[in-house]
Structures are given as C-alpha cells and as structure tokens.
Design a protein around this ligand. Sequence first.
Ligand code: ATP
Ligand code: MG
Length: 315
Amino acid sequence: MIVTLTPNPSLDRAYELPSLDRGAVLRATRDRVDPGGKGVNVSRAVAAAGHRTVAVVPLGGPEGALLARLLGEHGIEAAGVPVAGSTRVNITLVEPDSTLTKVNAAGPELSAAEAEALLEAVRARAAGADWIACCGSLPRGLGPEWYAQLVARAHRAGLRVALDTSGSALGATLAEEPDVVKPNAEELAEAVGRPIATVGEAVKAAGELRERGARAVLASLGADGQLLVDATGTWFGHAGPVAVRSNVGAGDASLAGFLAAGGRGPAALAAAVAHGTAAVQLPGSVMPTPADLVPDAVTVTDAVPTDRPLAEPVR
Ligand SMILES: Nc1ncnc2c1ncn2[C@@H]1O[C@H](COP(=O)(O)OP(=O)(O)OP(=O)(O)O)[C@@H](O)[C@H]1O
Ligand SMILES: [Mg+2]
C-alpha cells in the first residue's frame, strides 16, 4: 500500500479550443475535469497498476468536495483534511496541435493548525504502508522545512518516504535522509546550482544529493531515461524511442512504478522507466495500466554512458 501526500492538490480543468485568440471569447469544443496534483497523479498510477493507495490531501470548499468525488471515481481512497480555503482549480487550454497553455492558481494558504492536521492525517493512514510519497510544491503557509518534519516523523515510525519536489522544499529536506528523491534534470540542475548536459553530469549531481542526505536518487532525464544512484551503486535505465503524445505526469507515473516495484534496486528502476515510457504514449495525464507497459523494451545497466549528451540539456 502506498500513501501519497499532495499538500497543494488541484482540480485540473482542460478546455479544447479551435484556436487560442487573445482578447476573444473562446468557445471550448470539449472540456473535462480531472483530479490533479503530483501525489494525486502517483496515486492514480498506483491504482492503475492495481495496488492499494490512499491520497492524503487538504480539501476546501465545493472544489475540494468535487476533488474527493473524482478521486473516488478513479479508485483512490481520499484522506481529506478539511481546510478553510478553497482547493485550487488549474486551467489548461488545449489547441488543435496539442500546444498546452496552463494557468495554475496559488491554492489556499494553510494555517498552522491545518498544516499539523495534514501531518497527523499522514501518520494516521501510514501504519503498514510500504511507502509514503510526498509530491509537489508546498502551499502558502508551509515553510520549506515542512517536508523535513514529515520525513523525521515518518522515520521515527519506521516508515519510508519518497520525495518529489524542487527548490528550497527539496534542499531543506535532504538532511533528514529521505529514502528516495525523484528530481528531473531541471530540478537536479537547480539543486546543485549548475547546468546538466550529459548523463555523467546527472550522475555527479545525484551523488551530491546523496552526500547532502538523500539515501537514493531516482533522476528522470526525459527522453534519455532514468538514473538510480544509491548506497550500492549507479544504474542507468532507458527504453527505445517512442511516439510521444503527452509527457504530463510521466515523472509521477515513473515514481509510482518505482515504488510499486519495491522502491529499490535495478528492477524498480526498470519499472520506473517502463511506466514513464508508457505514460508519454498516452494522452494528457492518463496513467498507464499493466496492459500499457512493455517491460522488454527497457534496458537497465550499471555501465552508465556518462559521456552521452542529454537530448534536453539543462543550461
Ligand atoms: N520524450 C520522451 N520520450 C521517451 N520517454 C520519455 C520522454 N519524456 C519522458 N519519458 C519517460 O518518462 C520519464 C519521466 O519523464 P520526465 O523526466 O520528463 O519527468 P518529470 O519532468 O518529472 O515529469 P512530471 O513532473 O511532469 O511528471 C523519463 O525518465 C522517461 O522514462
Ligand atoms: Mg516531476
């Protein structure tokens, strides 16, 4: 069972438009609403993989009630923490050529009592969980060290934590030794404060995050695949080229695959790559089911191609 925590979840509303004209009244040809947020995506992928998952989310206002209902429809148990503010609505405008324009709201500010209630909800639901996956940015009201508190409490309770966040929320948590962190290339470059243009530079940066405390680093490198660096070694996993429909949520699908496959070692890395590769071939943020996975297309090696330039270098 995997518990996810999304401190700033959203209702994701997508409008498909014939064209995007500034200053005009735009008429959507289709619209849909999905439960959103990185931990929510991980829960959706874990559920799609056939495992049990509980999504801990603050919920506020009618938007929060709708989010809880949508999670239920996706087969996800929601552990909602009532908050005074309203759950945010994020808007995506989809053009016919699949260009996405996004408008993300800030989301509600959480009070100190609400922040504590969120930690308590994780504690209450995490007994017996294989992993707690903490994902995404922190809402207003929660300082950058908030995830560090969560990791410290989880470790005292004997639980393992995966962390997928960026910037100061990531930096401030490393010293508490999260069991795995999942930066993408851009987040990795930001964390070490220098560009990453090759697989070797990503390995070096991942090693630095381990020196700062992370027990393992699962670094996703977009089309180039993924790296796993832990106390026992470094592995590189990738799959052949595929037709990409949408990379939205591919990292979240990868983390779900990694955790559902045990969350350590080369076999879990292979599952992460299989899930990411399947996710990019599906529309929007649709998460892969076991039928979408092609495990045989994934190669994992400890002969890391350090000189390989990244298809999307981070400058
Ligand atoms: N263009 C691509 N071609 C093939 N596979 C891809 C591509 N982009 C992503 N993937 C697969 O998905 C994984 C995760 O992608 P990426 O590194 O973009 O995650 P991310 O930036 O964290 O995504 P998000 O946070 O939106 O979920 C990659 O490691 C890879 O396995
Ligand atoms: Mg990501």
